[in-house]
Design a protein around this ligand. Structure first.
Ligand code: FAD
Ligand code: SF4
Length: 471
């Protein structure tokens, strides 16, 4: 049997000079070859691994028939944004892990032999973008007079808006920031998700009649209770925008960024083009990123590009307290980061930041770690080794160790019940919160913290809203 078909990519030496997309996807022939590797299993396990249950076997078969329109419609039945998910889904932890061809039985992610389902989805998503004018999606004639408000324009909010608009419901999306898309806009860099792809999906929603209001913070610009008067139902897709701190000495020294701020400056405020754009960014000669997830990879790869853009020799190191196997980042991002020259130091835990006389970070005091038994996350727990202390030089540090619930709305609305970590408590069947006719989905209700899982909960909420409106 033939091996997996690789996608085209920009060369590492070219790609670190810009924020252009790195992974260029399949050509038609590449997609054909990869689709033909699929065994069309009688009981396709891959579908179980997809949080929204796309009929993977069917769309891959339709690709082999060069029936791309059917493949597009098959995916769109379950997933509103195939070109986005085809680029960012951690498929190796989801559908590909369940693929019969996966040989990694003892690792948390799939081996390269598993069908490249995400690249095929991307191929079809991009085909849809090029050809959508010729496709007619059924938008129901409105039988609903009621309006629904959506708070937050991340993947959860956008997905819920799309599901409702398709059924002819009038939807208004309120977004706190001046631009739409949530993390897809301010977190994930354009070298992974080009902005025209996101803009296409948002413009498509606009063409379906969805109204977007930006610079509107529900809970501050207006309380939720005001929206409750004007709308028959409300969906909260507030995301997890609050960064976590390490809680160690020296964390408030100068030039220590939280990854969210670092990435927002670059992605939303174009800080890498300062002074052409107003927002500056301090980059150093030795940048250290702390963490092992997608945010850490995005921060490290962005850092290299900014260093080069400012005439510095790229020198960015990721430190992580477990090993590469336990890193939760997408495997492709780890591979790309390495190819681009990001250094990695594993089994390292920072214990203190040391500053210079001006109050800027100059070193990190750290301990070496060893791995113990798996913890509640299923990953082996790191333990610091006594007496293993050492120092790492760093003039910029980026902390990327996780995000927590965005509390702006919920702290202004104490009637909404939260769990211990500040996530909104919902009825898992309906996604309704403790407030009647107010639903929630995406990162604000906890869960896996992926784009596709945010969309899965938003879809469930949209169905409950449709049931409510049909009563
Ligand atoms: P968000 O995308 O956070 O959107 C929430 C939106 O709500 C924001 O725009 C916010 O401004 C708005 N908002 C909040 N409160 C209010 C209010 N009171 N009023 C009005 N608006 C409000 N997942 C993947 O699957 N693959 C990846 O490769 C990946 N990479 C990532 C990289 C980074 C840097 C980060 C931070 C996350 C990444 N994730 C990835 C996770 C993924 O992006 C999130 O799980 C997903 O965006 C959650 O969607 P959401 O709609 O719930 O929230
Ligand atoms: Fe194809 Fe793998 Fe799904 Fe089988 S499990 S149908 S080989 S993608």
């Amino acid at each position: 049997m033939k091996g997996p078909v690789k996608i085209k990519e920009l060369l590492p030496s070219e790609r670190i000079r810009s924020f252009e997309e790195v992974a260029l996807g399949y050509s038609e022939e590449g997609a054909q070859e990869e689709a033909k590797r699929c065994l069309q299993c009688k009981e396709p396990k891959c579908i179980q691994g997809c949080p929204v249950g796309i009929d993977i076997k069917k769309f891959i078969f339709e690709i082999t028939q060069r029936d791309y329109k059917s493949a597009y419609l098959t995916i769109r039945e379950k997933n509103n944004f195939p070109a986005i998910c085809g680029r960012v889904c951690p498929a190796e932890y989801q559908c590909r892990k369940f693929c019969i061809l996966n040989r990694n039985k003892d690792k948390p992610f799939a081996s390269p032999e598993a069908i490249n389902i995400h690249f095929l989805e991307r191929f079809i998503g991009d085909w849809g973008i090029k050809n959508y004018q010729n496709l007619t999606f059924k938008i129901q004639n409105s039988k609903f007079k009621e309006k629904v408000a959506i708070v937050g324009s991340g993947p959860a909010g956008l997905c819920c808006a799309g599901e409702l608009a398709r059924q002819g419901v009038k939807v208004v999306v309120f977004e706190a920031l001046h631009q739409l898309g949530g993390v897809l806009r301010y977190g994930i860099p354009p070298f992974r998700l080009p902005r025209p792809i996101l803009d296409f999906e948002i413009n498509y929603l606009k063409s379906m009649g969805v109204e977007f209001i930006t610079n509107f913070i529900v809970g501050k610009t207006k309380p939720l209770s005001e929206l409750e008067k004007d709308f028959s139902a409300i969906f909260l897709g507030l995301g997890a925008g609050t960064p976590s701190f390490l809680g160690i000495k020296g964390e408030n020294l100068g030039n220590i960024y939280l990854a969210n701020e670092f990435l927002t400056r670059i992605n939303l405020m174009s800080a890498f083009k300062f002074p052409q754009f107003h927002t500056p960014i301090n980059i150093g000669e030795k940048v250290v990123v702390i963490g092992g997830g997608n945010t850490a990879m995005d921060a490290a790869r962005s850092s290299l590009r900014v260093q080069l853009g400012q005439g510095l020799k790229p020198d960015t190191t990721v430190i992580y307290r477990r090993t590469e196997v336990e890193m939760p980042a997408r495997r492709l991002e780890i591979e790309h980061a390495k190819e681009e020259g990001v250094n990695f130091e594993f089994l390292v835990q920072p214990v203190e930041f040391i500053g210079d006389e001006r109050g800027f970070v100059k070193k990190i005091r750290a301990l070496k770690c060893k791995l113990g038994k798996p913890d509640s996350s299923g990953r082996r727990k790191p333990f610091p080794i006594e007496g293993s202390e050492f120092e790492i030089e760093a003039d910029v540090v980026i902390i990327a160790i996780g995000l927590k619930a965005n509390r702006v709305l919920t702290s202004a609305t104490p009637q909404i019940q939260l769990d211990k970590s500040g996530d909104i408590l919902v009825n898992p069947e309906t996604m309704e919160t403790s407030l009647k006719k107010v639903y929630a989905g995406g990162d604000i209700v906890g869960g896996e913290g992926t784009v596709i899982s945010a969309m899965a909960t938003a879809k469930k909420a949209s169905q409950s809203i449709l049931n409510l409106l049909s009563l």
